[in-house]
Design a protein around this ligand. Sequence first.
Ligand code: LCS
Length: 395
Amino acid sequence: MKNIRNYSLDTKCVHAGIKEDMYGSVVTPIYQVSTFKFRDADQGARLFKGEEDGYIYTRMRNPTVEALEDSIAILEGGAKALACSSGMAASHTLLSTLLNAGDHAVCSESVYGPTMTLLANVMSRFGIESTFVDTSDTEAIKNAMKPNTKLVFIESPGNPTLIISDIEEIAKVAHSKGAKLAVDNTFMSPILQNPFKFGADYIVHSLTKFLNGHADVIGGVVVIKEDSEYEWFRKNLNQVGGVLEPFNSFLVHRGIKTLKLRMEKHCINAQQIAEFLEVHPEIDWVRFPGLKSHPQYEIGTKQMSGPGGMISFELKKGLEAGKILMNNVEVWQLAVSLGGVESLIQHPASMTHASMGKEARENAKITDGLVRLSVGIEDVDDLIQGLEKGLNKIK
Ligand code: LCS
């Protein structure tokens, strides 16, 4: 669709990225093909030299993958996007493109566990040092910056504590020190937060979550603001190789058509559930960006257009009560991942954030009793009753 960037989010979700083809296909079909033939030897050489535009080999470019990439770049307001085989592959693509041996990164301590261990245990082996701080405290970032800091990497809201970091202020700190800012926007999706508007340079998403929305794909994406950096990123992704394949790209692109509708329902359901939990006698505390009790509620309202579908809370009787809850809920499924149409419940300390180790969890305030909910789009009364079934079993 022409001038798609000028349309509203609802329209972008339905139309962005779709390629015109010779058959008039209304959606971009699945080009399930690994390699594309050349008309003759000279054309092959020209394509490789970049003198002619076209497809060569699916690790390099593929129409179905490109359609998805274009749709996400448009939704985020970035120049280009690179679809990767998982959210972790997207983070790795970003880090391995930007950072060299001798560089330093500052990262949120409340991030998805493997994101922390990618920096702390993998990138460190290639001479890249990282410091983990509470990024809801911009001063802590300032204090962690070193002359060789090239990147600040934040997740806002953070997984699983839902702390909110001030993207605009952090971008100013990073840029004043000559560093770039990357934001993992997975918990918000492009519908609820656009980090480029607040000065971020790069965005990553796990496509596995809200963007796909149907718990049937693992994928990730890096979105870049500046067109001039695209070839550099594309070359690195082609070399590290963690690309998304065409069928999964098709599924995510299909999921995006309903992204705005789904995000609206996730937000409405989660708000009601957070309010129900906040006054429940068995609950000690609830963390949800839509509750006034959230410590960074004001910052959230500045940069987020909705609270999202993720809730964390702790029961007064701690982890043992949490286990009773997880084992007895109805409608909710006990599983990791998030952002799908179905509601999930899980225990970060023993599941998603186990790999970080106890000390890193304690620093990030990921307590042993913290339970995390990913609120789906089911009927909210069914979801509340399903939680009550578990809560009533706690004595
Ligand atoms: N970023 C965030 C914020 C995430 O929550 C996850 C996965 C990733 C990146 C990595 O994406 P993946 O490679 O799995 O596509 N988060 C998960 C979670 O909280 N439960 O299971 C996976």
